[in-house]
Design a binder for this molecule. Structure first.
Ligand code: BTN
Length: 243
């Protein structure tokens, strides 16, 4: 695999995006940085990470998604890639909080930001950004964040973890390409945070309600049964889980 190691950068996602705009970049090329000055999170949030302590990486994924309607397949494949690597390290109580936060019990270990662009020749290029908290011990302003070293009380080798994650990303992408996404979806649903149990949610109008997660639809929306037994689906910007 092609690996580019950086000290500090604005965002590894933006770096890789610019690179692929200017030159031909080999599929699964991965950029890793010790720190980011403008780390991007989901929905315009900021991703903070202590220098040199965690995995901050972006991988270019080309020719995996064939159609815009397949986009969430990649979210599923990448979430599971991270989960599978962490499972091998015996990290306890792993789950994926929809759409793709990686949790240990009720705390977030990793975040994923996938940015897709539709090329003129109909190809879809994806920049897969992953922030995995590894050896950082303090998350003072982030009470819902944790790291591998907090959970396991030991330190981890970042290069080793990075290699394992990229390997697993390639493996799961190969499953999509060979038409076996169903296997990934099945495992994703098995690993889903709070699936099948009553949880509180809040919608965009700040209405709070109880619901039970049924599944994630093919388009990546969350399907919930609400109190009057009706089934509702929500996009990522439309609902927050209160937990
Ligand atoms: C989230 O909000 O949960 C997603 C966080 C994604 C952070 C990673 S760190 C590497 C890559 N570069 C970025 O700017 N963001 C992603």
């Amino acid at each position: 695999m092609k690996l580019i190691k950086l000290n500090a950068i604005d965002s590894t996602n933006d770096f890789l995006k610019d690179m692929s705009r200017n030159e031909v970049v080999e599929n699964f090329t991965t950029v890793v940085a010790e720190s980011q000055t403008k780390g991007k999170g989901q929905m315009g949030s900021i991703w903070n990470s202590e220098q040199g302590k965690n995995i901050i990486m972006s991988t270019l994924v080309n020719d995996v998604l064939k159609d815009a309607s397949d986009i969430f397949h990649l979210n599923v494949a990448i979430s599971l890639a991270v989960i599978e690597v962490l499972q091998d390290l015996n990290i306890p109580k792993l789950s994926v909080k929809w759409p793709n936060d990686i949790m240990s019990d009720t705390k977030k270990l990793a975040g994923i930001l996938i940015e897709n662009s539709f090329k003129s020749d109909n190809r879809i290029e994806s920049i897969v950004g992953i922030g995995l908290n590894v050896n950082q011990k303090d998350f003072i302003l982030l009470p819902k964040a944790t790291s591998l070293s907090i959970v396991m009380k030991k330190e981890y080798d970042l290069d080793d973890l990075l290699n394992k994650i990229v390997f697993q990303i390639r493996k799961n992408c190969a499953l999509i390409v060979s038409g076996q996404s169903e296997l990934l979806w099945k495992e994703y649903h098995q690993k889903m945070f709070k699936i099948g149990i009553p949880v509180a949610f809040e919608d965009v109008n700040h209405n709070q309600f109880m619901g039970i997660i049924q599944k994630v639809t093919d388009e990546g929306k969350l399907q919930i049964i609400v109190e009057d037994d009706s089934i509702k689906t929500f996009g990522i910007k439309e609902i927050t889980m209160l937990y």
